[in-house]
Ligand binder design. Structure first.
Ligand code: ARG
Length: 569
C-alpha cells in the first residue's frame, strides 16, 4: 500500500473541502523526527490563494480530515504544516498484510529502450550507464505490475559496416576470430584503411550497397560480424546480471524495410521539404543559435536513411505492434536534441497517438578521478569486461581482509557479488542527469551510501537469525512497535511502495538507493537501541519480525536494482 498516496488523498480531500478549491495536500516524508512520520505542506499555498490565515485553515483541515484509522491526532506546526504520526497498530497490520506492490497501480505497457550499443564497436562506458539504469527501471516497472517490453535498439546498420565487411573480407577464415577479439582495434584498422586507401574505400562502399540490396555473401559476412559483436555484449550483460536476451533485440536493421513508408507518410502529411537534395522536416520550435530553422533530415541526398528515420520507424512499431502506452529511452544527455526532434516529428505526423508518452531519460558522463571523461591511461576506451574484472579483484582483496576464514570459493563468490554490485550501485545511486566521478575506493567502501554497506547490512541480519538458530524464511510474528526506534523502522519499511512508484513515474533509480540507505541506517539505530535475541517475549519476536522484514526489503530493493546479496560476508 502506498501510504503517502493514501494520506495525500485523505488530507487533500479535507483541504479541498476547507479551502473551497481543489488543493493538493503535498504530503512528504517528514524531514525531522519532531515533525512526525509525514508532513503535509500544501496548506500555506492554499491559504494564500484564498486569502485565509494558514493556521486557521489548518485547524479546519484537522477537523475535516478522516485519518483516525491510521494516524494519531494531526498536529499543526509552524506557519501551517500538519505533522502526521502513524499509529503503531496501522504499521503492524499494513506490514503483516504484505499487499503486492502492484495493488492499486494503473497498469501500462511500457517499452524500455536501453543498452542499445553500436555493434560496429566495443561497448563503452556510456552503454554501461544505459544498461545499468535501464535494467533497474525495467525491473521496478515490472514489479509494479506494468507490462514491460525491453528493446535493445542496437546499431547494426549503416555505412560503417561497409568498411568493416571489406576489412573482414581480407582476413583469412582462420584469423577471423582472433581479429574480431578486439572490436575496437578492428574498427580502427578498418577506418584507417578507409581513410587512406581509395581502392579499399571503394570496396567498402560497394559492400554497403551489396548489404542493402540483399547480396547473400555480404549478408553472411555481416551476420558473422554481428554475432561476434553481440556475443561480446552478452558477456557484459551476463556478468552484470542484466536481463537482456536476443529476444529483446530490436536492431536498427529490423526497421530497414519500413523507412520508405515513414518518409512517404511524412510526405503525405506535407511535412517534407527538400534541401540540397536531402529530405527534411522543419518544425518551428527547432532553430539554431542564429534563429535559423533546424532540420530533421530523414533521407540523405544519396537516398540513405538516418538514425532519426529509424527512430521514427521504431516509434510507429512500438505503438502499433507493441501497443506501448509509454516509451522510455536511456541514452546520454548529448542525444537530447535528437529525441526532442523525433518526438515532435512523430507527434506532428501522428505516428504516435495522442496520449502515448515518449520520454528521453538522459544521463551524464562517467568521469575519471581527474574530472575528465573516463578513459584508460593511454586515452582509449575502457573495455567493460576489464572494468568488471578489476571490480572483482579489488573486492576480493577486501573480502580476504575482512573474512580470511572463509574458503576460497565463498570468498570469490562474495567478491563477485560485492564488486559487480558496487559498480552498478555507484551509478544508480547518483542523480542520473549529472556527471559522476568513477571512484573505486568510494564505491567499495563499507560505509556510506554504497552497495557493500547495504549488502553487509543484509548479511548481518541473516547472521543474527543464524546465531539465534531461527529459520528466517519461515519465521513469522506480529510486529508491535513501541520504542521510537521500532516505530521509525516500521515506517521506513512501509515506504517501499511509495518510493517505487516515484521511481517509476520519474525514472530516477537513485530514489530507491537513497531509500535503501536510509532504511539501513534506520535499522542500525534500532539495532543499537533495541536488543533482539536477548529480549523477553513477545518483544523478542516482534523485533525479530522487524529484522526479518528489513532484510527482505533490502534484498528485494537491491534485487530491483539488479544487485545480488549474500548470506554472509
Ligand atoms: N545506438 C545508439 C548509441 O550507441 C543508442 C540508441 C538509443 N536508442 C534509440 N532508440 N535511439 O548511441
Amino acid at each position: 500500500m502506498n501510504v503517502r498516496a493514501l494520506l495525500n488523498k485523505r488530507i487533500g480531500a479535507a483541504l479541498s473541502q476547507a479551502s473551497g478549491a481543489d488543493s493538493p495536500a503535498a504530503v512528504q516524508p517528514a524531514s525531522r523526527p519532531e515533525f512526525g512520520d509525514y508532513q503535509a505542506n500544501g496548506i500555506m499555498g492554499a491559504a494564500k490563494r484564498i486569502g485565509m490565515n494558514p493556521r486557521e485553515l489548518a485547524a479546519q483541515v484537522v477537523a475535516a480530515a478522516t485519518v483516525d484509522d491510521l494516524a494519531e491526532p494531526l498536529e499543526i506546526a509552524g506557519p501551517g504544516f500538519l505533522n502526521i504520526t502513524l499509529q503503531g497498530s496501522f504499521i503492524a497490520t499494513t506490514l503483516a498484510a504484505e499487499a503486492p506492490l502492484s495493488a492499486g497501480i494503473n497498469r501500462q505497457t511500457v517499452v524500455v529502450d536501453y543498452s542499445s550499443p553500436n555493434l560496429a564497436k566495443e561497448m563503452h562506458v556510456g552503454h554501461l550507464r544505459s544498461t545499468i539504469i535501464g535494467d533497474a527501471m525495467a525491473r521496478v516497472l515490472e514489479a509494479l505490475g506494468h507490462t514491460v517490453i525491453r528493446q535493445n535498439h542496437v546499431g547494426d546498420w549503416g555505412t560503417q559496416f561497409g568498411m568493416l565487411l571489406a576489412h573482414l573480407h581480407d582476413v583469412s577464415d582462420a584469423d577471423q576470430s582472433n581479429e574480431l577479439a578486439d572490436l575496437e582495434v578492428f574498427y580502427r584498422a578498418a577506418k584507417g584503411r578507409f581513410d587512406s586507401q581509395p581502392e579499399f574505400a571503394a570496396r567498402a562502399r560497394a559492400a554497403v550497397v551489396g548489404l542493402q540490396s540483399g547480396d547473400p555473401d555480404a549478408q553472411a559476412q555481416w551476420q558473422r560480424f554481428i554475432d561476434v559483436s553481440l556475443a561480446h555484449c552478452e558477456e557484459v550483460y551476463q556478468r552484470l546480471g542484466v536481463a537482456l536476451s536476443r529476444t529483446d533485440l530490436a536492431p536498427e536493421s529490423s526497421y530497414n524495410d519500413s523507412l520508405p513508408t515513414i518518409v512517404a507518410t511524412l510526405e503525405q502529411q506535407g511535412l517534407i521539404e527538400e534541401s540540397d537534395g536531402a529530405l527534411c522536416v522543419f518544425l518551428d520550435q527547432f532553430t539554431n543559435k542564429q534563429g535559423d530553422p533546424l532540420p530533421v533530415i530523414v533521407r540523405k541526398s544519396d537516398g540513405g536513411y538516418l538514425y532519426a528515420t529509424t527512430d521514427l520507424a521504431a516509434i510507429l512499431y512500438r505503438t502499433s505492434s507493441l501497443n506501448a502506452d509509454r516509451v522510455l529511452y536511456y541514452t546520454d544527455a548529448r542525444q537530447g536534441l535528437h529525441f526532442r526532434q523525433i518526438f515532435a516529428v512523430a507527434s506532428a505526423a501522428e505516428l504516435a497517438p495522442e496520449g502515448m508518452l515518449l520520454e528521453h531519460h538522459p544521463f551524464g558522463a562517467m568521469l575519471g578521478a581527474d574530472g575528465k571523461p573516463f578513459q584508460t591511461r593511454a586515452g582509449g576506451v575502457v573495455r567493460l569486461t576489464e572494468l568488471l574484472d578489476e571490480a572483482e579483484t579489488r573486492a576480493r582483496q577486501l573480502v580476504a581482509e575482512k573474512n580470511p576464514d572463509l574458503d576460497e570459493a565463498e570468498q570469490s563468490e562474495i567478491a563477485r557479488v560485492v564488486g559487480i554490485g558496487a559498480v552498478k550501485y555507484a551509478d544508480l545511486s547518483k542523480n542520473r542527469t549529472s556527471d559522476y566521478v568513477f571512484d573505486w575506493d568510494q564505491m567499495l567502501s563499507f560505509e556510506g551510501n554504497t552497495a557493500p554497506y547495504l549488502q553487509y547490512a543484509y548479511s548481518r541480519i541473516r547472521s543474527l537469525f543464524r546465531r539465534g538458530d531461527i529459520d528466517a524464511d519461515s519465521f513469522a510474528a506480529e510486529i508491535s512497535p513501541t520504542e521510537p526506534q521500532e516505530h521509525k523502522l516500521g515506517v521506513a519499511l512501509l515506504r517501499l511502495p511509495e518510493v517505487l512508484e516515484q521511481v517509476a513515474a520519474e525514472g530516477f533509480p537513485h530514489y530507491l538507493c537513497a531509500y535503501l540507505y536510509e532504511l539501513a541506517t534506520t535499522f542500525t539505530q534500532f539495532y543499537e537501541a533495541c536488543p533482539v535475541l536477548s529480549a523477553d517475549e513477545p518483544v523478542r519476536s516482534s523485533r525479530l519480525a522487524l529484522c526479518n522484514h528489513t532484510a527482505r526489503t533490502l534484498k528485494r530493493g537491491l534485487g530491483l536494482l539488479g544487485i545480488e546479496t549474500v548470506e554472509r560476508m
